[in-house]
Design a protein around this ligand. Structure first.
Ligand code: SF4
Length: 393
């Protein structure tokens, strides 16, 4: 049985395993963890796999249509394919690499999903956010999905629940795209905006994230426009430059949360590796190549980064780059000491940016009542299940 080994977007290497068993009963399929996730494969990958089996390229088109357009929940549903081919697909691939464990809804219709990864049983969070005025500064009826790119996170930002239990592993592209397919299946909605702002640092999982972006964007895939896909990074400068060169012109958001090195060093250890001057050199590369506005995400934390002098620095940096700023009052995280600033201080910070004519929104909170700050729900569930030892988080 040939299997696929993925290496970079749209490249596939066919690895043929040991000859098929000759006994009369079919061999048991390999464990889930060893089978590639079907939503992470490109049309070229499917074409190569079909060719290896002596099937026509048309079969590959049928498979992607069943996965992304008709949203088949099982290979057995792919009725335009022969029974042997369906059985072979089922033995070789995982069609649903994520499945729902729990859904929580907030009063503002934000929904958070806890998904189990079929490969190894780990948990990730995905958040579905209906757009309303104040989320991104525009009035629209977009349905946004915030996806995770890793289990846990190695970057240890001091205000974030995702990094509390450390890093476990990267998600593969199928597990990233699978979050969208499953969220749509559960909610009945159609996502038209994807943000990589969930658990994990997407640019630390560059190959899988860019492969997933290609599938989310492709006309044969999910079909979401590049301008409606946003990658958010804590500031991995070299990878920002690399992302500026990929084919799909996605948008970029930077989790800035501090406009001077001492403030950023205190809450974001990544700043010691890539201080603000290095980060902004990469952002200038991005601006020159992409000619798009960059968004700065800035979580306002009481007494840490909400001073008016920090607002002045932020305004200067924002203006120099023509960036837009989203101010987000901090969402409390269990086990962390930080608090959100009083409303009058949030507004004073906002007014400094306005005075400097930096496009800015002060975000109305979304999903505060369902622990929308990423990582909290998964942390509670994995700790209760003993996957994360108590005291580690
Ligand atoms: S804010 Fe992002 S990069 Fe920082 S620890 Fe959390 S998930 Fe990781």
């Amino acid at each position: 049985m040939p299997t696929l080994s993925i290496d970079g977007f749209f490249r596939v290497e066919i690895v043929t395993s040991s000859p098929a068993a000759t006994s009369e009963s079919p061999p048991a399929p390999p464990p889930a963890g060893e089978r590639p996730a079907a939503p992470g494969l490109s049309l070229d990958d499917w074409t190569a796999w079909m060719k290896e089996r002596g099937e026509s390229a048309y079969r590959a088109k049928q498979v992607v249509e069943w996965i992304f357009k008709k949203r088949a929940a099982a290979f057995a549903e792919m009725s335009s394919l022969g029974a042997d081919l369906r059985a072979a697909l089922d033995a070789a691939f995982r069609l649903r690499p994520v499945s729902l464990v729990k859904a929580e809804g907030a009063a503002d219709a934000t929904r958070k999903f806890l998904f189990r990864l079929e490969k190894d049983g780990r948990l990730v969070e995905t958040v579905l956010i209906p757009a309303t005025p104040g989320l991104d500064g525009d009035r629209s009826d977009r349905l946004t999905l915030c996806v995770s790119s890793q289990v846990g996170c190695a970057y240890d930002c001091k205000f974030c629940a995702s990094g509390l239990a450390g890093f476990a592993r990267n998600l593969d592209a199928g597990e990233i795209v699978g979050q969208l397919l499953e969220a749509e299946r559960v909610s009945g909605g159609r996502v038209d905006n994807v943000v990589f702002m969930g658990m994990g640092e997407p640019l630390a999982n560059f190959a899988n994230v860019t492969r997933a972006i290609g599938i989310l964007n492709a006309h044969w895939g999910v079909g979401i426009g590049a301008r409606h896909i946003t990658v958010s990074t804590s500031g991995l400068a070299p990878q920002i430059e690399k992302l500026a060169a990929i084919e799909v012109p996605v948008r970029l958001a930077v989790s800035l949360h501090g406009a001077t090195d001492p403030v950023r060093d205190r809450i974001m250890p990544v700043n010691r590796q890539y201080p603000l001057d290095r980060l902004f050199a990469a952002l200038r590369v991005w601006s020159e190549r992409r000619k798009q506005k960059i968004t700065f995400e800035y979580i306002l934390i009481d007494g840490v980064n909400d001073g008016l002098d920090e607002a002045e620095h932020l305004a200067r940096r924002g203006r120099a780059l023509g960036a837009k700023v989203n101010l987000i009052p901090y969402n409390t995280v269990e086990g962390l000491e930080w608090k959100r600033p009083p409303v009058r201080r949030q507004q004073a910070f906002f007014q400094v940016l306005q005075r400097h004519r930096v496009p800015c929104t002060l975000r109305r909170e979304k999903g505060h009542d369902i622990a929308a700050a990423c990582g909290q729900l998964r942390l509670r569930e994995e700790t209760a299940a003993g996957i994360i030892p108590p005291g580690r988080a």
